[in-house]
Design a protein around this ligand. Structure first.
Ligand code: FES
Ligand SMILES: [Fe+2]
Length: 436
């Protein structure tokens, strides 16, 4: 007798209800619910939003390309020489062959005259147009009597122009490339809004120089990384490095700025001299006797461009929803790209950069300070680890909730950093978008 094999049908997309709890109390299932995550990809990464792709300085010559990612979709950013007298163009196309779907670009970077898919050799121009395909007119066979018959081939009405790669809308500003699958998305400038845009322009104000790339996979939901950089009071508590050497602490002059929709944010602060004080009392990560053997790590040289209005911040951490963090921590600069890889993990790609006109000394300084960041950074290793612990806890108990109520439950810009307002702001936007 055959055993009965139970058939499990996939449950419908039944996102649990947030309930009456305020936005400051997020349920754990927002980090663990797989159907909800799929909706996030559609609604936050593939529609209505701009996502980071890379820096123009990563593809300096015509034909240079870089494989990148938007949500879980692989995309390719490529530079095409402009017509005579015209600037180069940068295209972003989906890395999915129009024929049967192969991710045709496998290298992280390269140079190409066109893209040829390895499977059946369909060939695309750099702008994504289909240039040609094999056996479009079939294959000729010479019969025994000398006549020719044609085998195979596409129908006569098959048009190359109807079957190119998916082309994304591209926005370039200050040497940074963003793209959207959604051609009706608002302008990039409107997307950021004026308050956040001025901090974006503060960093990306002259030609960039690529310094290096780190990659890591973090076993946590992508939103936890955004939260981490919208949480200005953890650095002075979690990170021994910051609290001891005074790069970021709760007693610093700080400002929190959001766009009108509260999805993007800037954490703006000015470092102090470190050492013991009221904010280090009882803080276990503060190590008064910890010394640097190589003081060059803290060889900080102020730069003229740090000034904005009347303020001279030494650190500005920006979160551009949904997938980008921009870091200026004294002389160290990077973009950090969130590339989701399932509901409970993401790849985190750090692109360290400086400016084309930096002296060699400044380049070395930026690289030295980059030791604080990246997968094994003196500071950032802590962040990857704690958000992994958050994920583990909520995976085991998705009905449990967070409490993000430092500085109240409202959403507002602040003149200090003892606050979770930016997290509440992001989730108020997220809830509106996701309908939960
Ligand atoms: S899948 Fe690309 S040519 Fe067939
Ligand atoms: Fe941190």
């Amino acid at each position: 007798m055959n055993a009965t094999i139970p058939i499990h049908l996939a449950p419908p997309d039944s996102t649990p209800a947030w309930g009456d709890a305020p936005t400051s109390r997020a349920p754990g299932w927002i980090y663990t619910d797989a159907p909800l995550y799929q909706r996030e990809m559609e609604q936050l990464f593939y529609q209505g939003h701009w996502c980071y792709v890379g820096l123009e300085c990563e593809i300096p010559k015509a034909g240079d390309y870089k494989r990148s990612q938007i949500g879980e979709r692989s995309v390719v950013m490529v530079r095409e020489r402009g017509r005579p007298g015209q600037p180069d163009q940068i295209h972003v196309v989906e890395n999915r062959c129009a024929h049967r779907g192969v991710q045709f670009v496998r290298e992280r970077t390269g140079n190409a005259r066109n893209f040829v898919c390895p499977y059946h050799q369909w060939t695309y121009k750099l702008n994504g147009d289909l240039a040609g395909l094999t056996f479009r007119n079939g294959v000729e066979r010479v019969e025994g009597d000398g006549s020719i018959t044609r085998q195979g081939g596409m129908d006569a009405d098959f048009q190359l122009c109807d079957h190119g790669l998916t082309k994304l809308k591209v926005a370039r500003r200050g040497g940074v490339v963003f793209a959207s699958f959604d051609h009706s998305v608002e302008s990039f400038e409107d997307y950021l809004g004026p308050d956040v845009l001025r901090y974006f322009d503060r960093v990306f104000h002259k030609p960039l120089k690529l310094l290096g790339i780190n990659r890591q996979r973090i076993p946590a939901n992508w939103k936890l990384m955004q939260e981490n950089i919208k949480d200005p009071y953890h650095p002075g508590l979690l990170h021994t490095w910051f609290v001891t050497f005074g790069l970021w602490r709760a007693d610093q002059q700080s400002q929190m700025v959001m766009d009108a929709k509260h999805r993007h944010a800037c954490m703006i602060s000015r470092r102090n001299e470190g050492g013991a004080g009221a904010v280090t009392q009882g803080v276990t990560s503060f190590k008064e006797n910890m010394q640097l053997h190589d003081k060059a790590l803290l060889d900080i040289v102020p730069e003229a461009w740090w000034k904005i209005g009347d303020a001279v911040p030494t650190v500005v951490m920006m979160t551009l929803f949904p997938s980008l963090i921009i870091q200026q921590q004294v002389n160290s600069l990077s973009t950090r790209h969130i590339q989701p890889a399932g509901v409970g993990e993401f790849d985190f790609v750090w692109t360290h950069f400086g400016f084309e006109d930096d002296s060699e000394e400044m380049t070395q300084r930026r690289l030295r300070q980059a030791n604080l960041f990246g997968p094994a950074g003196f500071v950032s290793a802590d962040d990857g680890e704690v958000i992994e612990f958050v994920q583990q806890a909520f995976a085991a108990n998705p009905q449990a909730r967070t409490i993000s109520e430092q500085d109240g439950t409202g959403v507002h810009n602040t003149e200090h950093n003892v606050t979770e307002t930016l997290i509440r702001g992001m989730y108020s936007y997220w809830r509106a978008q996701m309908g939960v």
